[in-house]
Design a protein around this ligand. Sequence first.
Ligand SMILES: Cc1cc2nc3c(=O)[nH]c(=O)nc-3n(C[C@H](O)[C@H](O)[C@H](O)COP(=O)(O)OP(=O)(O)OC[C@H]3O[C@@H](n4cnc5c(N)ncnc54)[C@H](O)[C@@H]3O)c2cc1C
Length: 435
Amino acid sequence: MSPEHLSTAVRDQRPAGYDADVIVVGAGPAGSTTAYHLARQGLDVLVLEKSTFPREKVCGDGLTPRAVKALIGMGIDTSSANGWARNSGLRIIGGGMKLEMPWPDLATFPDYGLTRTRKDFDELLATQAQAAGARLLQDTTVSGPVRHDRTGRIEGVVAQTKQADKTKGPEVTYRAPLVVAADGNSSRLGLASGRARREDRPMGVAVRTYFSSPFSDDEWLESHLELWDGDRLLPGYGWVFGLGDGRVNVGLGILDSSPAFGKVDYKALLSRWLERLGEEYEFTEPTEPIRGAALPMAFNRKPHYADGLLLVGDSAGMVNPFNGEGIAYAMESAEIAADVMSQALRRPTAYAREKALADYPRRLKAEYGGYYTLGRLFVKLIGHPEIMRLCAQRGLSHPLLMKVTMTLLSNLRDPRAGEPVDRLVNTLARVMPSS
Ligand SMILES: Cc1cc2nc3c(=O)[nH]c(=O)nc-3n(C[C@H](O)[C@H](O)[C@H](O)COP(=O)(O)OP(=O)(O)OC[C@H]3O[C@@H](n4cnc5c(N)ncnc54)[C@H](O)[C@@H]3O)c2cc1C
């Protein structure tokens, strides 16, 4: 059956008064990926985005093979002719060592990463979702959910679109049988729907800026595992990612397991860290102001599905606690959510639809739960500077330990077959309790 026919089948079932099959709030990577996959399934998707493209988003702009796989899954051309800068792996600096580790050669993931600024990247994904049939309303800020009078189920949102003179327009209610919160780390919609941030999950903060540098064409994503502030070692890492356009993205992220968390001026910390970097980078004046944001990790907002509302990406706390990577997990959770929703919306009864939707949190748990539990332990451990230093020194000086460290940190391994190290990490992730 063609997507159009599938769509008609769902719309025939849709009670009157709905504006779409699914409303997606936010057109970052999570929202656009959700919308793309839903639209490809023939569903009528309305995306509400508070900003207008192109727009900035604070990020390191680094994409691992996980994210590349998700991009390919959206039919995006990842060639350099299409504006991407490719990388071959990680250059890890720490414990007095410098190692270049190529991305692993796997069946499951490609063997290259990419960089691209978010100004470009997010617009590209949103355009791809529109090309698949999703409707995008920009300059439209969602203030909260709309609930069914009797059941309390979320069946829409209240939003305001800016007028031509950029003043707020009237409040408008949009209704759909399912709503997706893809509105980023502070998730106003998640919060307004009673899903507060979990304090028992790790949190990071990251700041970044841009410089012109000969490292722009570097084929490695460079990570500095030891983050010194004076004589204090902080849990986190610094990065220099080449963008292939004459600039590099430079930044650092630190974790809340540090006593310094919340007490340091992160922008000043980045400036001090930059002073320690060698002259070979040729950094002079940053081309952009230093900006930062939070990294919500290890499922820090739950439930991922309840009462008609699904959380995806940062709003679901999907950032990997091992490395601060969020884009791949935003896109993967989005694809899972879209799959679950398209199954659910084609079921004939409310009971059967709810049964299908309940699979979303279960699939997230099965896919990431054990690994994120390991990540939470890792965050606690590296909160102790001595352990962190030991990890950097020992981990980088022993080839097998290095392989285990790389596999754990990057979360790149084959789930089936695979090398012994892949099997070890798979087993660890499987036996870890997930919550
Ligand atoms: C400094 C820094 C560096 C980082 N570096 C990397 C990196 O190199 N690689 C990586 O993979 N990850 C990195 N991350 C993490 C990554 O940026 C996030 O995980 C990713 O952006 C999550 O995507 P998302 O779509 O869930 O949320 P977002 O990208 O935050 O998108 C949310 C969207 O929702 C919109 N929105 C918000 N509220 C509303 C509302 N009320 N109504 C309508 N729309 C709304 C926003 O405008 C935005 O477009 C970094 C983060 C930071 C802070």
